[in-house]
Design a protein around this ligand. Structure first.
Ligand SMILES: [Zn+2]
Ligand SMILES: [Zn+2]
Length: 301
């Protein structure tokens, strides 16, 4: 179960304010099945503090709908290719104005990213596993520092490749530990893709869009389907703390080390002694309902 905010900002295990946000939402402005107002009400009723409305080739300004904070957004994609070329879906968050990216002819990913940055936006590499993105080519998009470790709609309808943890770990092995979001990419609103994922952003209850985006770019969030999770380095140990879960897993550039998966009941802490080969490390926790929480990477060297 998600912590409920009951009209007030959620406090995490350390007493810090957290805003619960879905950063990838489609509506009838593109191929989503609910209007922006209906989508906002669904997320508000589920205890979210904000959503980014990110319709395909349609820029939504920041504001408020059905009493929910709306972050500005849009999503752009490259020509659908296969194999090594792949296809890139890039979500634009927090643009100060419409980046005015034309749908036809499709632009290369680098140009889409440049246009998002030119209007103060934050580009996100969306659902890289679904897109079959190659770790090496993610390096070419050097200005993108955020990606999605889990994307709900990629496990709904006619898709079934929602998890991008392996992709992110391979990119991190190449020297680029990206920030890891979990988003819904809501389209259908039939119970499979709405209100499943969130990022829990550390910021004030009345934070502006600019402040929320700054906190996200600074990695001040964890991503989750429910459980709360934090990771920290304490001396020569990595410490993971969470709400009660039944699995705590660690992921690094090393395929396996002792203590990389702790299983049990009601686990709330795991300590791991850093080994000489580890360059980065992140954690996932899974609760009794199978819901997962994801930390960002801690870079060790
Ligand atoms: Zn997409
Ligand atoms: Zn999308």
């Amino acid at each position: 179960m998600f912590l409920q905010n009951k009209g007030k900002t959620m406090k995490d295990l350390f007493g810090k304010n957290r805003l619960k946000i879905n950063l990838h939402t489609h509506t009838t402005q593109s191929d989503g099945k609910k209007t922006p107002e209906e989508a906002a009400k669904i997320y508000k009723d589920a205890g979210y503090d904000a959503i980014a409305v990110t319709d395909h080739y349609f820029f939504t300004e920041e504001g408020s709908l059905s009493g929910l904070k709306i972050l500005s957004g849009a999503e752009y994609d490259t020509e659908m290719c296969c194999g090594r070329e792949g296809v890139y879906h890039i979500v634009a968050l927090g643009c100060e104005k419409d980046p005015e990216i034309e749908k036809e002819p499709r632009l290369p990913a680098e140009t889409i990213v440049e246009k998002i940055l030119a209007v103060g936006g934050t580009p996100v590499l969306a659902h890289p596993a679904w897109s079959l993105n190659q770790p090496e080519t993610a390096l070419d998009l050097s200005a993108i520092t955020l990606t999605e470790i889990h994307n709900s709609v990629s496990d709904a309808g006619e898709s079934s490749r929602p998890y991008s943890g392996c992709f992110a770990d391979l990119v991190a092995c190449l020297g680029k530990p990206m920030l890891l979001l979990a988003t819904d990419d809501t389209h259908y609103y039939k119970g499979d893709d709405e209100t499943k994922n969130a990022v829990m952003v550390e910021c004030a209850e009345d934070a502006t869009e600019k402040e929320i985006l700054a906190a996200i770019r600074a990695g001040k969030f964890y991503a989750t389907q429910g459980p709360e999770v934090h990771i920290a380095r304490e001396g020569d140990e990595i410490v993971v703390r969470s709400s009660p879960v039944c699995r705590i897993s660690l992921f690094s550039n090393v395929a396996w080390a002792e203590g990389y998966c702790l299983r049990g009941e009601g686990l709330t802490e795991h300590r791991h002694k850093i080994t000489p080969r580890e360059k980065f490390i992140r954690a996932e926790v899974t609760d009794a309902e199978g819901k997962v929480g994801y930390t960002n990477y801690i870079v060790l060297k």
